[in-house]
Design a protein around this ligand. Structure first.
Ligand code: 4AD
Ligand code: MG
Length: 429
């Protein structure tokens, strides 16, 4: 048999086809057995007619349980009653493997589905999300490559914290210890001296003490760094990147978005330029909504969500208070109380999707900030070399890929944005 995908078979629409996949649903009478066959492309109804097969084959078909793998040849035709509008009248079939009783049935708890995640990833929902995730990565690559960026590989095992010591994962490293990377940034800042415009998609790890619907212990960050760039330059890259990703998903994943019942109306509004406000303006907006935040305090999740009630698209909030920012974020020369940084917040409660900044080039300032956060500047000596040999202004940002997927797909929890989520309470399967 020359196999084609279910989608290709439906495109063919008539005549003989051979498809293969897994039994998604099965029901029968003593005359006919209806199999809904699933492959990576779609599902299709297949009918085995008792009169058309041998008694032995019929007995085989009667034993089929869901998730059995099967090869089918038959005649395809349009059928409005079938789940995807087509039906295959089976001539021949071959059971590749008889599945045991599949443990996943209807209406199971979220926790159970996470326990059997290795099986649940076969669901149409997870398949749709993973296809959208794949489009997101494709869009990221295309976006940066079209703009002359090089892709680089940062190390995962590192000697330093990038985003504070509190959330480091420590691992045994021969007779020493190392940390799993929280962000490629320190390495990116060294790499711009050879490649100038760079990006990477890398796993990042944070031992965050939070059980929210937005935090993973292992997540993918898509990061970029650009030599000679200032805050305004990267704000432009950020809004164009987000608009491009959304547009690509809208174009390539219509069926998946439909299956996920995602209302795409708001997504269509995501176009560059995106709204920009300062942290100080954000506080003023919040005040109008009845929330008073003391200038200098970071925005918490509830405040970000409240702020985003004012917007339909992502928003870039710039210039947060310098004193609450990571050691590498420089003060704005026009107002030393604020940093040259930004966060991009997504609408509808999806929170921070991007964090970025210009990078400080003042070694003394950075050493001071490192000491204030309880770090020893000596450990960062290699990094500070980037400020000793031809230092240039530069800037970059990191985008949380699962946060993007979660928002674009309209997911209830970020855990569904990655096939095998790692959280404070889960490291298996
Ligand atoms: O804002 P963050 O901490 O920024 C950095 O790490 C910078 N060094 C990036 C850079 O400038 N190159 O993290 C960046 C993004 C966040 O905006 C968020 O989308 C995502 O990474 N993120 C997480 N996503 C899922 N789970 C977590 N625990 C996350 N922590 C951060
Ligand atoms: Mg951040």
């Amino acid at each position: 048999m020359q196999f084609i995908s279910v989608k290709e078979a439906m495109k063919q629409g008539s005549g003989s086809v051979s498809v293969r996949g897994w039994v998604y649903r099965v029901r029968g009478s003593n005359k006919m057995i209806f199999i809904v066959l699933r492959d990576s492309s779609d599902i299709i109804q297949c009918v085995i007619n008792r009169e058309k097969v041998s008694a032995e084959k019929w007995a085989t078909a009667e034993k089929l349980l869901i998730e059995s793998s099967i090869e089918i040849n038959g005649n395809i035709k349009e059928d409005k009653r079938a789940p995807t509008g087509y039906e295959i009248d089976v001539d021949e079939f071959n059971v590749v493997h008889f599945a045991e009783v599949f443990p996943i049935t209807k209406d199971q708890s979220t926790e159970f589905l996470l326990d059997v995640r290795h099986l649940w990833i076969r669901s149409r929902k997870m398949t749709a999300i993973m296809k959208i995730r794949s489009t997101v990565f494709e869009a990221i690559d295309n976006f940066y490559r079209q703009r002359g960026f090089y892709e680089v590989a940062p190390p995962i095992l590192t000697p330093n914290a990038c985003e504070g010591k509190l959330t480091l994962f420590e691992v045994k490293y021969f007779d020493d210890i190392a940390y799993l990377t929280q962000s490629w940034q320190l390495y990116a800042e060294a790499l711009i001296f050879s490649l100038e415009k760079i990006y990477c998609n890398s796993p990042c790890f944070r031992a965050e003490n939070s059980k929210t619907s937005r935090h993973l212990a292992e997540f993918y960050m898509s990061e970029m760094e650009v030599a000679w760039a200032h805050l305004d330059d990267i704000l432009k890259y950020a809004e164009e990147l987000i608009a491009f990703i959304v547009q690509q998903v809208l174009e390539k994943n219509k069926e998946e978005l439909k299956l996920l019942e995602r209302d795409t109306e708001k997504l269509r509004k995501v176009k560059s330029p995106l709204p920009r406000i300062t942290y100080t303006e954000a506080l003023a907006l919040l005040k109008k909504q009845g929330i008073n935040i003391e200038w200098g305090k970071d925005l918490r999740t509830i405040e970000e969500d409240k702020l985003m009630e004012n917007f339909d698209t992502p928003v870039m909030v710039t210039r947060y208070p310098k004193k609450i920012m990571a050691f590498y974020k420089p003060a704005d020369p026009h107002d030393p109380n604020v940093a040259l940084n930004f966060d991009m917040l997504a609408p509808d409660g999806y929170g921070e999707i991007i964090g970025g900044s210009e990078r400080d080039t003042d070694i003394k300032e950075m050493e001071k900030a490192l000491k204030e956060q309880g770090d020893d500047p000596k450990n960062y000596d290699w990094y500070l070399d980037s400020r000793r040999f031809g230092s240039v202004p530069h800037a970059g940002f990191g985008m949380g890929v699962e946060r993007i997927v979660s928002w674009i797909c309209g997911l209830d929890n970020i855990k569904d944005a990655i096939p095998f989520p790692r959280t404070m309470l889960r490291k298996a399967p």
